[in-house]
Design a protein around this ligand. Structure first.
Ligand SMILES: NC(=O)c1ccc[n+]([C@@H]2O[C@H](COP(=O)([O-])OP(=O)(O)OC[C@H]3O[C@@H](n4cnc5c(N)ncnc54)[C@H](OP(=O)(O)O)[C@@H]3O)[C@@H](O)[C@H]2O)c1
Length: 351
């Protein structure tokens, strides 16, 4: 039977590279669903994939992970289209308005932390977050909460007796415990919402395993390494594309010292692709699976223990469930108001 694979943020970067790699391995044995917020970009991605795999089954799904109603209606559509989902890649992500701390960079350059700084971006990147129409912090909603809600909505197609399904989160080495606060899940009060959201996805993956393994659903986390994508180019928006190209030899040189400089989306998708071929029961729920590329360009996947614990992951899970029930309640109220406005337009206008 064909495997059904849904990838969020599939129209560019690491998500698109994963789709290419999956199709090149098994073009006939997959039903691929590209979940994207922008249908024009989604169509372009599908056309590009079909060019090299003309017989592939590639469906599109409109979904904005930062919007509660968009996630709920996309999930409804998935449940109608598919009886089961074998893989759900939770890959869409943003790092808005990144600020590059030049001072911290030069300080780090001459410190013992230099390799970690290059490998994880620790200490040199902050962001200015926004607020979504649902009143949630944008990075939290896009990178974490929208995906959490999607999983909850897709339970009927993800949990099946006698077979397994896999969730795979594209996390980051930029996921730091220090950026995360259980009392401020959405990171309203800090300047590192990206790091916080990625640390939260590491924690959430652990909790999902605790709650869903019995139902055949497994969750894993990967880090793609440092990859040149739209997200990376956004770190220095005024930096022209040709300068990035000029910098590539420097990056290749750095790769001699740190295998986390995967650089291309193809290399960055290594761990996502590797997980596709693993038995989920054999995976370590405390490990982050890293895409790594050697100085000579050899790709491989390596598990590394995450700095997470079950107690915090459970607390996060409980808080997400609580938030879920709040947003669902708000959504129902909004829908009721909209229905009332349709039935009694004059009353609503005058009130
Ligand atoms: N590049 C790196 O070095 C690096 C390192 C660590 C982790 N990551 C993670 O890798 C993942 C993929 O990023 P990338 O590097 O491949 O960057 P990218 O090319 O910008 O891809 C991000 C994808 O997410 C989609 N997306 C963003 N906001 C969305 C929303 N609200 N709803 C639905 N889709 C949305 C984007 O769609 P649009 O095209 O419409 O914007 C795009 O398809 C992200 O989770 C990122 O945090 C990247």
């Amino acid at each position: 039977m064909n495997k059904v694979v849904l990838v969020t943020g599939a129209n560019s970067g690491i998500g698109l590279a994963l789709c290419e790699r999956l199709l090149s391995q098994d073009p006939e044995g997959l039903q691929l669903c590209l979940a994207c917020r922008n249908m024009r970009r989604a169509e372009a991605a599908r056309s590009a994939l079909l060019t090299s795999n003309p017989t592939a089954q590639i469906a599109l799904l409109q979904m904005d992970t930062s919007s509660i109603s968009s996630v709920i209606s996309a999930a409804q559509e998935v449940r109608l289209r598919y009886h089961r989902l074998d893989y759900l890649y939770l890959n869409a992500g943003i790092m808005p308005n990144p600020q590059f701390d030049v001072k911290a960079f030069f300080k780090g350059l001459f410190s013992s932390n230099v390799i970690t700084m290059f490998a994880t971006g620790e200490g040199i990147l902050t962001q200015k977050d926004g607020v979504t129409a649902d009143g949630l912090q944008e990075v939290f909603a896009t990178n974490l909460f929208g995906h959490f809600l999607l999983i909850r909505e897709l339970e009927p197609v993800l949990c099946h007796e006698g077979r397994t399904s896999q969730l795979v989160w594209t996390s980051s080495s930029n996921a730091h415990r220090s950026a995360f606060n259980l009392e401020d899940l959405q990171h309203r009060g800090g300047a590192q919402p990206y790091s916080s959201s990625k640390y939260a996805s590491d924690l959430l993956s652990l909790a999902l395993n605790a709650h869903y393994n019995k139902q055949g659903l497994y969750s894993s986390v990967i880090c793609p390494g440092f990859v040149m994508t739209n997200l990376t180019y956004g770190i220095l928006p005024s930096f022209p594309a040709f300068l990035w190209t000029l910098l590539m030899p420097v990056f290749w040189l750095i790769r001699m010292f740190t295998n986390t400089f995967t650089l291309t989306p193809y290399n960055g998708a290594e761990a996502l692709f590797w997980l596709f071929k693993q038995k989920p029961e054999s995976l370590d729920p405390y490990a982050k699976y890293h895409s790594l590329t050697s100085g000579l360009g050899h790709n491989y996947t390596q598990p590394r223990k995450m700095d997470i614990d079950l107690e915090t992951s459970e607390s996060l899970y409980e808080k997400l469930l609580q938030l879920e029930s709040e947003v669902r309640k708000k959504l129902q109220e909004k829908q009721k108001e909209a229905q009332n406005a349709q039935v009694h337009p004059a009353e609503t206008d005058s009130s």
